[in-house]
Ligand binder design. Sequence first.
Ligand code: ZN
Ligand code: MN
Length: 510
Amino acid sequence: MKYESIIGLEVHAQLLTDSKIFCGCSVSYGADPNSQTCPVCLGLPGVLPVLNKKAVEYAVKMVLAVGGTVAPHSIFARKNYFYPDLPKGYQISQYDQPLSTGGSVEIEIPESKAKKKIHLTRIHLEEDAGKSLHSEDNSYTNTSSNVKQKGETLVDMNRCGVPLIEIVTQPDMRSPKEATLFLNKLKQILEYLEICSGNMEEGSLRCDANVSVRPIAQTKLGTKTEVKNMNSFKAVEKALNFEMERQIGIIESGGRIIQETLLWDAEKELIAPMRSKEESHDYRYFPEPDLVVLKFHPQTISGIGGIRSEEKFGTPTITIVEKIKQSLPELPEARKTRFIKQYQIPEYDAELLTTEKKLADYYEECVKNYPNSKAVSNWVMGEVLRELKERKISVSEFKVPPKELASLLKQVDSGTLSGKMAKDVFVEMAETGLSSEKIIQEKGLVQVTDTKEIESVIESVLRENPGEVEKYRSGKERVFGFFVGEVMKKTKGKANPSVVNQILKEKLSS
Ligand code: ZN
Ligand code: MN
């Protein structure tokens, strides 16, 4: 029997604000454990949360980017559970009145090129919990204050109160592959909006999945399990494939799937049960009494910046949501379409160049300074991406500014450099961050275009190889490449190839 999986995802994305959602603590990643905490995020008695305006704006950006509906008013709720990394004993989240409902993200199935909409149930705001560090983990072992014994668990509260949006999808995905396609798209949108770094390994994008399987013709849904702890795109696909196979195995041997939460173990590549699934009533949700209703009025948001404060936004004719909408950047799909039209490049190029906003920016900046858009595209897709990959860096860390790449390409056109030399110079630029002019000067790399000089080299090559000349003249034209090679050797690759070809042809036919 053939089976399909029914997958719904809950994605948590850390918002790139400077401070936490309910206090002023920094959210920067990699700080010493427990160095970014205060009474509010540690949940000490008597403190009051103050909602971060930026976090609300970022969340609204995401809602609008995926075509969701911002609720005119939403409320925060306490989600109660006991865990060492949750000092308050509850997480401030949203429950029955979330920030938004609806919206969708479109994925493209690579084989069929078919487009498919993954619908969203909701997007809500919440705070992150801290992090338990088990002694098997390698993290923090080099921090002297955190020497750990085997079997010991320490807790880092830096992450408590980091703003999150939780994006909940409908069970629209039918395979682990579709789930990773969706996640990639989501990451791309978050990155374009510049509201989340999208780094799964650092935990700024996390994903839990609800998975069930059923025979393909069946309409009734099977029992679902929840899979957690998938820390990379690869892990998501592997874990979901594993879970799908596991469930099929149970069904085929006549067993029953138990509704439970499972943890993916990336090292052992298997899934283990965590705890039996809580029903939502186990969390004893109730409205957060320390925060007021989050309301989007035509001109203001209330509920931000303290209990009774109200802040006025912009001109009185547009709503705040409208204002955020106008601030949205061009999104990946739109940018791709524009690239194809404006720069006359193939869809393949446009797709690749717009995968990341910063890469697309790099490309456009370069074309501004060197208008041969296809040549730039080839260089960015080839040389630039290769250097980034080899150096394991992002576009923003890349040492060659787009203007410098443009000026390098201009030098190829003017004949100062051969294509081959330009590639070598480019590697050097990526390594040192120096300008192409500087490198060319230091290495004495200027291409020889002086016909007199090239002519004399060609003459000596022909003199030294009378046998080959004879062969060429008797019709063996492939010897031509040999002569070009010899000339290049003598000039250390600096001779302008088209000048060499031209003079060689003249000399050999005379
Ligand atoms: Zn704090
Ligand atoms: Mn959550």
